[in-house]
Design a binder for this molecule. Sequence first.
Ligand code: NAD
Length: 434
Amino acid sequence: MKIGIIGTGYVGLPTGVGFAELGNEVVCVDKIKEKIDMLKRGELTLYEDGLAEMFDKNIKEGRLTFTTSMRKAVEDADLVIIAVGTPPHPVTHEADMKYIHAAATELASYLTGYTVIATKSTVPVGTGDDIEQLITSKNPTARFDVISLPEFLREGFAIHDFFNPDRIVVGTNSEKAANLIKELYAPFADKTNMLFIKRQSAETVKYASNAFLAIKIHYINEMADFCEKTGAEIAEVAKGMGLDSRIGPKFLNPGPGYGGSCFPKDTMAMAYMARQNNVDMTLVKAAIDGNVARKKKMAERIINSVQYIKNPKIAVLGLAFKNGTDDCRQSPAMDIVQNLLEMNPEIDIVAFDPKAMGNACQILGDKIQYADNMYAALKDADVLAILTEWSEFKNLDLAVAAELMRGKKIIDCRNMIDKNKAENAGFSYQGIGK
Ligand code: NAD
């Protein structure tokens, strides 16, 4: 099958590589020339576990190419996948559709033969209708179906999730389009659920899922606060809850709040759509407000631990919004660092992240310092704040850390370090929900 992918970001690139690996001929287009130049040179533009090998292999074998020409990606394609960004509108916080609309308008002229246009971007309900109208008005004779194909991959696990999807949701009432998608996903037919539903329902599934997960995280964070006041242990409470099959064990890890390019924007977009339709989504609103407060609370916790120190130095481990990715968009760690700098402009922050230093530096610039490794970040620090759950932080040698640090305090917002071991090494330790 010939597939054109519009947008080579965190969704488009792993998706393109994955479909090429399945034997399809994939052409990825992006409007950012620098990105395409890098990809053409065989250099990856983002970090994802397992992506590099498959990327190299499929370029070498000629199934994966990159271009800035929409024509090359769309002409003769059986399937065109739209994977451009839908960021929050700066004022209303609804999903900003300018990239989707531009992509649909641009691709319309190059359609040849029957083409399925699948929207993988997370888009408000009704977007499929808008895309259909945009294409028809630009190219009235084009033969195409617009379907919703929401993406559920988790950043950091994008390749794993591509090859092991827990469900494939397809929104269409066209039998022809449905058959093409069945053929595309035939290699996974035995191991996943394929759900063919109305386009509007498929568009809604993605928002409904992300809002639900955000609420689940907000809930366990509030429960962690409760444990801190009562002597209960959140890990034990979460385990007890998770054994109930109606609840399940996942997404019951408390932390510094949810982040990333999806949950914050998708909850805000969901709340906006609810308001537009006069539906009062109190839980979604509570999760949004609670999550903002959560990151501030974590920053206060860190700042309070150094309140009597003049020009305190804070070591930060972790800047990415979660482990396994270099993505810092809406990262709780980044927001906490910004909060810290606002609360006390005199503080000195030295940070380390195994993968996200480049992206973090683009956002924070020289407001903080960057260390080459986790031990370098600790030197002379008054407190260590762990903000992202990279597994290597679990193996921090506490004796070495105690030697390097000026203060003996750990604020562990990801519960990575064993409390007893930290205390035995001479630290005062504060985790979450303990
Ligand atoms: P991204 O910002 O990383 O990538 C989007 C890419 O699209 C950019 O490289 C941009 O240059 C390109 N682009 C924009 N307009 C274009 C055009 N007209 N022609 C060609 N290229 C164009 O975004 P992302 O994280 O990959 O997310 C894409 C969509 O997928 C969003 O709607 C997001 O909500 C959704 N989504 C993301 C994830 C995730 O984990 N990141 C998961 C599921 C769904």
